[in-house]
Design a binder for this molecule. Structure first.
Ligand SMILES: Cc1ncc(COP(=O)(O)O)c(C=O)c1O
Length: 439
């Protein structure tokens, strides 16, 4: 496929999460990729500072993963997963469970993060029904949370721009976000803010625990600009959920499988949710796949309270759940994570990444910098009273310089590949500094 596009070819494609009119005036077209770099249609190498969309930590065009996918395509290209299956799904589920904290050992496959979130939300409501507590239907999300684009995820999500066009959602309330004044420029976990978890008690007092199915939060919120949890915050949320018989869902679509220097944020922060949602890095972004991992008690509740053995206990699933090719991609990704010692690499690189990103403090327009693992967010002063404008200008200037950089709201976000080098981080941050200064 030739990557060059003439302007008459641009009209049919309605692009997702894109300013279509602006893009089509000056398209940014990627034609190939290898390692930490894209190539664009002008033949330039472009450094991938977000690992795709937080997906390709192992870099692009990984030969081992590609080979595993090709082999699978030539063996079993597709198999139905409703009432029939194939052995790769069971192998992969077992492997994922073995990498998760104790008790998170039942794996339900989806195709992406949004499906994982809506699956987890449905699982939570159905779980309470199976236990005879059908009134527990409300969800508690968090302001600035991002949980994908399906109706459940949008309802519990807290990014206004992603909600405002769609009217009434699913019954949800929201905790405050944890972006506190006074915590600016803290490295890693902010020290202040655990008390914000106490708001959950207020929401429980308002709605009553008998009406609440689950709390869903990202341990480190990604799309809102990388918000690591204040020290002690996740522990407190866990404690309140347990005390009030409310399920806790960690949305680890960005966090899981390496970005935090661990297989899960739950492991890193030593706080275990009842259900965890994952996707993205599970297949290194190559084939769509997500996984919802639940505690066995949840699975057992479905098994024990669904009547006759012939009854489908959880009437939910996707045509492509556990597709053999996605399973092969995930298995090969997990092999590569292990073979390349990715957790150690991420943990070794993270302090340098942290120092480097925080060196931008003091530049004009930089209002805050946050980081954890290989994720960082930089909040920028609004330009022309428009929050998105400066990050957009910076990202465009970076693209000109040969760097793909994510911009969203009033932030620029970095999620460098796990395999990147200190030199590349240096080049990225230097270029970003220049673009910020000139914005
Ligand atoms: C925390 C979180 N949940 C859910 C999603 C949605 O994932 P997807 O775009 O694969 O549907 C994302 C995507 O960025 C995410 O960051």
């Amino acid at each position: 496929m030739n990557g060059t596009l003439t302007s008459d070819k641009l009209s049919a494609y309605w692009m997702p999460f894109t300013a279509n009119r602006e893009f089509k005036k000056s398209p940014r077209i990627i034609t190939s990729a290898s390692g930490c770099y894209f190539k664009d249609d002008k033949g330039r190498d472009i450094y991938d500072s977000l690992s795709g969309l937080w997906t390709c930590g192992l870099g692009h065009n990984n030969k081992y993963i590609n080979k595993a996918i090709t082999k699978q395509l030539n063996t079993l290209d597709y198999a139905p997963s409703f009432q029939f299956s194939h052995s790769y799904a069971f192998d992969l589920a077992e492997r994922i469970a073995s990498l998760m904290p104790h008790r998170l050992d039942k794996v339900f496959f989806t195709n992406d993060g949004s499906e994982s979130v809506d699956t987890a939300l449905k699982m939570a409501r159905a779980y309470w029904r199976k236990k005879g507590m059908a009134s527990k239907t409300k969800y508690i999300g968090r302001i600035k949370g991002y949980h994908g684009v399906n109706f459940g995820g949008v309802s519990v999500g807290g990014i206004v721009g992603n909600r405002s066009l769609y009217g009434q959602g699913i019954d949800s309330d929201h905790l405050s976000h944890t972006l506190l004044k006074g915590n600016e420029f803290q490295k890693g976990l902010p020290l202040e803010g655990a008390y914000l978890a106490e708001e959950l008690n207020d929401l429980i007092a308002l709605h009553d625990a008998s009406n609440i199915a689950a709390v869903i939060i990202e341990p480190v919120a990604g799309s809102a600009g990388v918000l690591p949890p204040p020290v002690g915050y996740l522990e407190k949320v866990r404690e309140i959920c347990t005390k009030n018989n409310i399920l806790l869902i960690f949305d680890e679509v960005i966090c899981a499988f390496g970005r935090m220097g661990s297989y899960s944020a739950a492991e890193k922060f030593d706080v275990t949710p009842d259900i965890m949602t994952t996707a993205k890095q599970l297949t290194n972004g190559i084939i769509p796949m997500g996984a919802v991992i639940s505690q066995s008690e949840i699975y057992d509740t479905f098994m024990e309270n669904s009547g006759d053995e012939g009854v489908i206990e959880f009437p939910h699933g996707y045509t492509y759940s556990a597709s053999p090719v996605a399973c092969a991609a995930a298995m090969a990704t997990l092999d590569e994570i292990e073979r390349q010692g990715i957790m150690e690499r991420v943990n070794n690189l993270s302090p340098l990444f942290e120092e480097s990103v925080h060196s931008l403090k003091g530049l004009p327009f930089v209002n805050d910098i946050r980081n954890y693992g290989l994720a960082a967010g930089i909040t920028l002063e609004h330009k022309d009273n428009t929050p998105m404008k400066r990050p957009y200008d910076i990202a465009m200037s970076m693209w000109e310089k040969g760097f793909y950089v994510r911009f969203g709201g009033d932030t620029v976000q970095l999620g460098v590949p796990f395999i990147t080098t200190p030199k590349e981080v240096d080049l990225l941050v230097n270029a970003l500094g220049e673009s910020i200064e000139n914005s």
